[in-house]
Design a protein around this ligand. Structure first.
Ligand SMILES: *Cc1c(COP(=O)(O)O)cnc(C)c1O
Length: 437
């Protein structure tokens, strides 16, 4: 792989002595692509600079939150002001209400929200609520969707159709995932079979409607329609994990994208994170009043958090949401993202490299495959070493995309036409270096 700069190497070595793998979240370690992770020194707008002073155009944006780019003046000011007023109180604040109001205003499926500190926590609590509210244990998840690292959700499909899953991590007892049914994404027949045989025991379907943790794969409209119908018919809840897509693919999230195609469409519960914190540890979950009032202190479903609704994080999230709610924000962001995807597609075609890409709002994905995959199995047909070469060719040219082929990409409102053009130019060279199929 590409030799990396000395300062990053030094830091990586130091980090590995103290932090497992040198990182605090596995994908950052570059294991899928090889080479030395870049240690970020600072960031501004669409760029960050690594420990060796090298600048990169950033298409990760902290895995989605930095939708305004880094260091947006309005957000910075809100955070600075909040920090002077106090870091954490363990008591309610007005800003939590303001953030709740801002969230509820844009999401028709959400009447009430509970704020937490991470997407993992939000998804875990949502599943507990779904089980508590329905009095059922089983949950349906789809292979390739990620809902954080709560035990019951670290599970992959077993052999055969609609079987209960196997843990994907050591330390998760098989008994803990025995209620998690893992199905193939976009497979209507399998979903119907699961509900035909076990519909009365299923508490919820949890789904990334536009999946961003197997690169970028959309649930088809007929599949989503069946998810909704089967849940309604069998008294199960449809849980939209919008930690990545919420306030990212559209102001109304993925739910609004499907509501365009399916009249009256609404999920029952919604999980949020990433953008709603604007880069601070903040997440949330929400839904109709009758369901949300099942939570403690009103109802029997326990849920709590020392730092939940943190005043600095809520200031950051609120300032971010206020910016993206401005007229035309998503229209412009979607156009910018589309121009990137179109530019990459044209560059790949010119180089004779098989390539398929998709985007929605400020989120995109691409595959070094002739067609867009529809499920995890198809995503995994991608050639990982080839992706690694492409990744490093871009990195060498100052473009930072996700260091693994099963991750989505993110454009911010700070990315300029010139940034997009420079990225496409870098990709053009990278595709040539990669060679045809
Ligand atoms: C990032 C993500 C999570 C987990 O959020 P964390 O804040 O990393 O715990 C859950 N679900 C989806 C869809 C995500 O993209």
């Amino acid at each position: 792989m590409t030799p990396s700069t000395d300062r990053n190497d030094e830091l990586f070595e130091r980090a590995r002595r103290l932090i497992p793998g040198g990182v605090n979240s596995p994908v950052r370690a570059f294991r899928a692509v090889g080479g030395t992770p870049r240690f970020v020194q600072r960031a501004q707008g669409p760029y960050f600079w690594d420990a060796a002073g090298q600048r990169y155009i950033d298409y990760i944006g902290s895995w989605g939150p930095m939708i305004l780019g880094h260091g947006h003046p309005a957000v910075l000011e809100a955070v600075q002001r909040a920090a002077t007023e106090g870091f954490s109180f363990g008591a309610p604040t007005e800003r939590e209400i303001e953030l709740a109001e801002e969230i509820v205003q844009h999401l028709p499926a959400v009447e009430m929200v509970r704020l937490v500190s991470s997407g993992t926590e939000a998804a875990m609590s949502t599943i507990r609520l779904a089980r508590g509210a329905t009095g059922r244990s089983k949950i349906v998840k789809f292979e390739g969707c990620y809902h954080g690292h709560a035990d019951a959700l670290l599970v992959k499909a077993g052999s055969g159709l609609a079987t209960f899953g196997h843990p994907t991590s050591a330390g998760v007892p098989a008994e803990v995932v025995q209620h998690t049914l893992v199905l193939e994404y976009n497979n209507v027949a399998q979903l119907e079979e699961a509900f035909a045989t076990q519909g009365g025991e299923i508490a919820c379907i949890v789904i990334e409607a536009i999946a961003g943790n197997m690169n970028f794969v959309r649930a088809s409209v007929p599949f989503m329609k069946r998810c909704r119908e089967l849940c309604t018919q069998h008294g199960a809840l449809l849980v939209f994990d919008e930690v990545m897509t919420g306030f990212r693919v559209a102001l109304g999230g993925a739910a609004s994208v499907y509501a365009r195609e399916i009249p009256g469409f609404r999920p029952d519960l919604t999980v949020l994170g990433k953008v709603i914190g604007g880069g601070m540890p903040l997440a949330a979950f929400g839904g109709p009043r009758a369901l949300m009032e099942q939570l403690a202190p009103l109802g029997p479903v326990y849920q709590a958090g020392t730092l939940s609704g943190n005043p600095v994080a809520t200031a950051c999230g609120l300032a971010t949401l206020k910016e993206i709610a401005k007229p035309n924000f998503f229209h412009a962001l979607a156009a910018r993202t589309r121009s990137l995807v179109d530019g990459l597609t044209a560059a790949a075609r010119d180089a004779g490299v098989p390539f398929a890409a998709d985007c929605e709002g400020g989120m995109f994905g691409f595959f070094l495959l002739p067609e867009l995959p529809q499920n995890y199995g198809q995503v995994m047909k991608s050639d990982s070493p080839r992706f690694g070469r492409f990744f490093h060719a871009l990195l060498d040219r100052g473009v930072y995309i996700a260091p693994a082929l099963y991750e989505a990409g993110f454009v911010s409102s700070a990315h300029t036409d010139a940034d997009i053009a420079a990225t496409v130019e870098a990709a053009r060279e990278a595709f040539v270096a990669l060679g045809g199929a």
